[in-house]
Design a protein around this ligand. Sequence first.
Ligand code: PLP
Length: 311
Amino acid sequence: MSSIFLPPAIQKINSQIADSVGVKLYVLRLDLMHSQVNGNKWFKLKYNLLSAKEKNVSTILTFGGAYSNHIFATAAAGNIFGFRTIGVIRGEETFPLNPTLSFAVEQGMQLVYCNRTTYRQRHTTQLQEDLKQRFDEVFIIPEGGCNLNGMRGCTEIMQNLELFDTICLACGTATTLAGIAISLHLKQKIIGFPILKGGEFLAAEIESLINNYLTSDLPALVNSPAPWELVCDYHFGGYAKVNQELIMFCQKFTQEHDIPLDYVYTGKMFYGVMNLLQQGFFQPGRLLLIHTGVLQGNQGINEKLLRKVFK
Ligand SMILES: Cc1ncc(COP(=O)(O)O)c(C=O)c1O
């Protein structure tokens, strides 16, 4: 299943700010692994798809917003690996479909729209049973790939990368951070940058994800997690909220280092890291920033910005 993916590349970033505080800065380019199914998305989907296959279930059903990276990647992965896919989309159907949903449909995903009240019940057995009845046998992957299978895949992201001291990444559900935290080597540490406002709540989620994983029968590389922390000051107002400064930062960074950043996740984390480097926040050593990929979310932001300009 993994053979269509390029091994993740590591890119060194030349930065005077980092040099001045003794930090060597690198980026793990998960965005380059595949044109459609890349970043942490592939790691979160991998064991979910393998579990569905083991159970002989050929339809994947999952949830997401209208601009969801997870919907985009699940639709593409389903098409590549021969699964039928159903996307339960939050909100009403609107035409023309936005680029994320048009892509999902092109990949063969069936879209089902769900009002916000019903969507909030997506984790309940009741709604999941209703969906199973309606669509026959389906393998359900939660929104964002946030389950133990998702976390298991993320334990593979940092395989053979012991030489980095500190690892930084953007967090939505923090499944990726939790998976990495239970796969790091002694002395490595991981810092998450929540992209949601009030991201402090993720600390309890991370504890619980790690605890559930370590008490499950899934293979674990370590018995206890590496030290982790959250830096909650770089959300820019919340999910998919941006300002001129963030957009300018991302564009300049891309120009200087030839690394495209998305405004929803990686852009905010990279901004936070560069800002914290100036404040002397990091100890000297090797710092690895994980590019969690899937740049399609920028299309949604660009559309939103254009609507504002032409309003
Ligand atoms: C590009 C990108 N980066 C980071 C994240 C955050 O991942 P997690 O929800 O595992 O924290 C997501 C969401 O899954 C994402 O789409």
